[in-house]
Design a protein around this ligand. Structure first.
Ligand SMILES: Nc1nc2c(ncn2[C@@H]2O[C@H](COP(=O)(O)OP(=O)(O)OP(=O)(O)O)[C@@H](O)[C@H]2O)c(=O)[nH]1
Ligand SMILES: [Mg+2]
Length: 463
């Protein structure tokens, strides 16, 4: 596998913008050499005598000897570092100019700018962590709630990889058993035992399926459940968004068609991130901008995992409402009956008859009543949908990992079907090998450089 770590890389690891401190990092063989050239420690000690993993106060100077910034610098000697290479971290003042000048000094001295995720990629290429652990690092950075963070940490610890390895080693044993039989058929080795093989594959399939189920919940923890607030104009969609967020995020007016664009925010419901999306009110309209907003809302509807359909109880149902109800028949829906502080113009039963499968919650977005009950209902619906049993099993995973598991499951099912049909054992082995190889794409044992590069592209620079 490609090992492109002979170069020294550098990047600003903290977000761009003003902050208390900024961190510039380096990794690779020239890190100490470069640091020595640009750092003047306050302690009167040669650079080679600086202690490992210790912060030293000093100045970064440019090639003309001018001070760029007063910093704290630490050296980390290989192999016990994030990347397993020599590393340097410079804590400077968190201003753009300071961080950029320090970085450009380092680059002038022969380092090159790190690609996104390259520090973590090196940790993987140098064998400190496997691929699924490397990917857990992004999950940790992106975690939006405590539960999401805990799940990502379990993955970083290696829980996911261990499960995958369990399945793979089982499959390897079965392959060894089959090979022994194929290679030395006339010797005194017992014939390939279909009962044993079937039992092992079934167990491997069970673990894979369990992982697929747990990943469903993990994906929601990772990305948030996409929840669309949908309804006619003026029913109080943006008011509900604001009530859920406890801030005046969206503009609310009594003019129908106020919201045009999509507004997305995250809320935390019992540790589950909910990606809540406010949309333009759905109605027949001649207004061009509003129409664009409506078609955006419709696009989001395709992907939405949960729809909060808002009905204004103070108004009679219109044709627009009825059309909308037809559009969301196949979705998971919570009907939110809003404006219960006003006299009712529609009967609850009339609405319930139209969407018999859905849950109903009555609220007043204006008076902030019923919001807790709505949150509880959202939580119950998600728990049902995702089968949240215990947090321990939940694994955060991305689309790639999900696809790998899905394909592995198909190979294992293929192997079982081949046994049942009495196919030659060599044919069964092909499916087993395919599943074994596929699963290796999660830990990174069997994966192309190209896929590895795409995975790390998703990281931020400096990680
Ligand atoms: N009385 C009462 N008025 C409400 C309630 N919720 C919203 N409103 C009012 O209804 C009007 C419309 O509210 P919005 O939140 O802008 O409605 P919307 O569905 O986002 O409207 P569009 O963006 O135009 O589709 C505003 O005047 C709100 O103050 C409520 O629970 N009770
Ligand atoms: Mg609105």
């Amino acid at each position: 596998m490609l090992k492109d770590n002979c170069e020294t890389i550098a990047a600003i690891s903290t977000p761009m913008g003003e902050g208390g401190i900024g961190i510039v990092r380096m990794s690779g063989p020239k890190s100490f050499d470069i640091a020595q050239k640009i750092f003047r420690p306050k302690v009167k000690r040669p650079f080679c005598d600086l202690k490992n993993r210790t912060l030293y106060l000093g100045n970064i100077i440019d090639s003309k000897g001018e001070i760029i910034d007063e910093v704290l610098l630490a050296i980390f000697k290989a192999p016990y570092t994030y990347t397993r290479e020599d590393m340097v971290e410079i804590n400077c003042h968190g201003g753009l100019a300071s961080q950029k000048r320090i970085l450009s000094c380092i680059l002038d001295m022969g380092a090159r700018l790190a690609e996104p995720g390259e520090f973590t990629k090196r940790a993987f290429l140098n064998g400190r962590i496997d691929l699924s652990q490397a990917e857990a690092v992004i999950d940790i950075i992106r975690a939006k709630t405590d539960r999401a963070l805990a799940a990502a940490n379990r993955k970083l610890k290696g829980d996911f990889s261990k499960k995958i390895e369990q399945v793979r080693s089982r499959l390897l044993d079965v392959m060894a058993h089959i090979e022994a039989n194929i290679d030395f058929p006339e010797e005194d080795i017992p014939e390939a035992d279909p009962v044993y093989i079937k039992g092992e594959i079934t167990e491997a399939l069970n673990i894979t399926e369990e992982l697929i189920n747990n990943i469903g919940a993990g994906r929601i923890l990772n990305e948030g459940l996409s929840t669309l607030i949908l309804g006619n104009t003026n029913v109080g969609k943006s008011s509900l968004l604001n009530a859920l967020l406890q801030e005046e995020r969206a503009i609310v007016t009594d003019i129908p068609g106020t919201t045009r664009d999509i507004i997305e925010e995250y809320i935390d419901i019992c540790g589950i991130p909910i990606r809540i999306i406010d949309t333009a009110g759905i109605r027949q309209t001649a207004d061009e901008v509003e129409q664009i907003g409506i078609s955006r809302a419709m696009k989001y509807l395709e992907e939405a995992e949960l729809v909060l359909l808002i009905i204004d109880i103070s108004r009679k149902l219109t044709e627009d409402d009825l059309n909308l109800i037809n559009l969301i028949k196949d979705k998971t829906v919570i009907v939110v009956i809003n404006k219960v502080d006003l006299p009712a113009a529609v009967d609850d039963e009339e609405i319930k008859a139209l969407l018999s499968e859905a849950r109903f919650v009555k609220i007043s977005a204006l008076k902030q009543e019923g919001i807790e009950e709505l949150k509880n209902t959202i939580y119950e619906v998600i728990s049902d949908k995702m089968g949240f049993i215990s947090d321990e099993g939940i694994i955060t995973a991305d689309e790639r990992q999900r696809r790998v598991l899905d394909e592995s499951r198909k190979f294992l099912e293929g192997a079982l079907a081949a046994i049942d049909r009495g196919m030659p054992i060599e044919m069964v082995e092909i499916d087993i090998r395919d599943a074994w190889e596929k699963l290796g794409e999660i830990t990174g044992d069997t994966i192309s450089d190209e896929i590895i590069n795409t995975i790390f592209q998703k990281f931020c620079i400096g990680k």
